[in-house]
Write a protein that binds this ligand. Structure first.
Ligand code: MSP
Length: 500
């Protein structure tokens, strides 16, 4: 089955930060998990390079917007690499093929009768590149996101008849109750639609940095319309000489943060309906990472957790694990270096790392590294029963933290099993050699099963560990406790050493 997962494309006017890392890691975990299920996966990320904020930032630096794009797109690519994410393509909205396709789709929306000329007047936030309604404004006519004072702007624009999609969108939400998850975000999007949709200006007259409106080159296409279309255009040129659109469209899963809900759950489906393009299957909306003090992260508050610092000290695996473990995916949550340390030491090193090293050490000591051919302990088999399906079902709903917790319970269960069975006692009693065989085999195969399941979160450590178990296969079909057999173990360096 095709599975197409996307991240938002990131603005190149800012530095890559923890929030960007978070969405990108989450999408990667989904992509890796689906590959384990044997699905035909395409995973897209990239950069959003047009629009007013980028043009302004470039001007401030005294360089062209393209130069700024080149510089910062490189930094977002580097971030993706350091996070060990497996995106199949990195799109930039300045890619010529993207721009040509945007013009083509917008022309289609126009030709289908959904565009007209009008004048727009409203509160405009240049940092959001978006007009705000009266009800969205905060005291002092401030942007609810950027807190800056807004001004009324007026210009002649081309308009997209968003209002005529009110009914089709309500119908969509009634028919597909899992179009947006979690439920509170579905409710929020539906409430926005029901509050009445106003037409949307589709172009900007005073800006040059963007895709020209195909029938009126004096204007450029509104940056959000250009940006949203990346999900669709990328498939047509990601592979030289091959168009992947039929294979992967519609997208399966758009992963986004709550700040861009309206664009993805209202404007985007309306645009696609207007262009006659099938709609994506799901939009998953995650919450915001906050500073240790529970406030929005900001340099001036000094509460920013820098992903690069975490990676330098604890490694990429720790960051991937921490972010999806400590903050429930879908909700807001605070972050701190101390919390990273606690998860690293308390769980990765002391629970998983310890389980791996003691399992391998005992098999080496008591059985010369050969895993005995013995019965698996039926009580443990029962506790692992149905685990891969349970994890898959959670992943299908975007519940990445619950899925991780479900697996981690088995890591803890295996550690308790070691304590309960006390193999070091069994080893002293020749008459109990059969019991020891069974315990060691149960531990080896159980460790293999949890490692396979954990690999989307901990891709590197999983490969190292599975190599030591001599069972490199990552297929989820083998992730049951009786799904595959460890024959021999080999020595393993500590997976999560104390940072120096
Ligand atoms: N360019 C637009 C998106 C266009 S998608 C067609 C944009 N870019 S952005 O650079 O501002 O990145 C926004 C995304 O970064 C958010 O939706 C979210 O996924 C992520 N985050 C940014 N700050 C965040 C936090 N503090 N916490 C969690 N994620 C946040 O908007």
């Amino acid at each position: 089955m095709p599975y197409y997962v996307t991240t938002p494309i990131y603005y190149v006017n800012g530095e890559p930060h923890l929030g960007h890392a978070y969405t990108t890691i989450a999408a990667d975990v989904l992509a890796r998990h689906m590959r384990q299920r044997g699905e035909d996966v395409f995973f897209l990320t990239g950069t959003d390079e047009h629009g007013e904020p980028v043009a302004q930032a470039a001007e401030k630096l005294g360089i062209t917007p393209r130069e700024l794009g080149d510089r910062n797109a490189g930094r977002f690519r580097e971030l993706a690499e350091r996070l060990n994410v497996t995106n199949d393509f990195f799109i930039r909205t300045t890619d010529e093929e993207h721009m040509a396709k945007v013009a083509e789709v917008v022309q289609r929306i126009h030709d289908n009768g959904h565009v007209y000329a009008g004048t727009y007047e409203g509160w405009y936030c240049p940092r959001c590149a978006d007009f705000k309604t009266e009800s969205e404004l905060e005291d002092g006519n401030r942007c609810p996101i950027h807190k800056i004072e807004l001004e009324i702007e007026k210009e002649d624009n081309w308009f997209f008849r968003l209002s005529s999609f009110q009914e089709p969108l309500e119908k969509l939400y009634a028919e597909r109750t899992d179009f947006v998850t979690p439920q509170n975000r579905y409710n929020e999007a539906l409430a926005f639609i029901k509050s009445g949709l106003r037409d949307l200006s589709l172009s900007r007259a005073h800006l040059k940095w963007g895709v020209p409106v195909p029938w009126d080159h004096s204007q450029v296409i509104y940056v959000w319309i250009d940006a949203l279309l990346n999900y669709y255009t990328a498939l047509s040129f990601a592979r030289d000489g091959e168009d992947l659109t039929d294979r992967f469209w519609p997208a399966t899963f758009h992963v986004i943060g709550k700040d861009i809900l309206k664009f993805h759950t209202v404007f985007w489906p309306a645009m696609l309906l207007a262009a006659g393009i099938p709609l994506p299957e799901h939009v998953f909306v995650h919450g915001f990472l906050l500073g240790a003090d529970g406030r929005k992260m900001s340099k001036s508050l000094g509460n920013v957790l820098d992903p690069f610092e975490v990676i330098d000290r604890y490694g990429t695996e720790a960051l991937r694990y921490y972010l999806l473990r400590d903050v429930t995916f879908g909700a807001d949550g605070s972050t701190s270096f101390d919390a990273v340390r606690a998860r690293y030491e308390g769980e990765l090193a002391n629970e998983l790392g310890n389980l791996a090293s003691r399992t391998i050490a005992m098999i080496t000591r008591y059985r010369d590294g050969a895993v005995p051919e013995a019965e698996l302990d039926p009580s443990m088999v029962a506790e692992f029963d149905g685990l891969p399906d349970e994890v898959s079902a959670l992943m299908d709903r975007g519940e990445l933290t619950q899925a991780l917790e479900t697996i981690w319970q088995r890591v803890r269960r295996l550690n308790r099993y070691v304590e309960e069975q006390a193999p070091w006692q069994l080893a002293k009693d020749e008459a109990r050699a059969g019991d020891l065989d069974s315990v060691l085999r149960t531990l080896a195969d159980g460790l293999r099963a949890v490692t396979v399941l954990l690999s989307p979160w901990l891709p590197e450590s999983s490969v190292t560990l599975l190599d030591a178990l001599g069972t490199p296969d990552l297929a989820l079909s083998g992730a049951a406790l009786d799904g595959g057999r460890v024959q021999r173990v080999s020595p393993l360096e500590p997976l999560f050493p104390k940072p120096s």
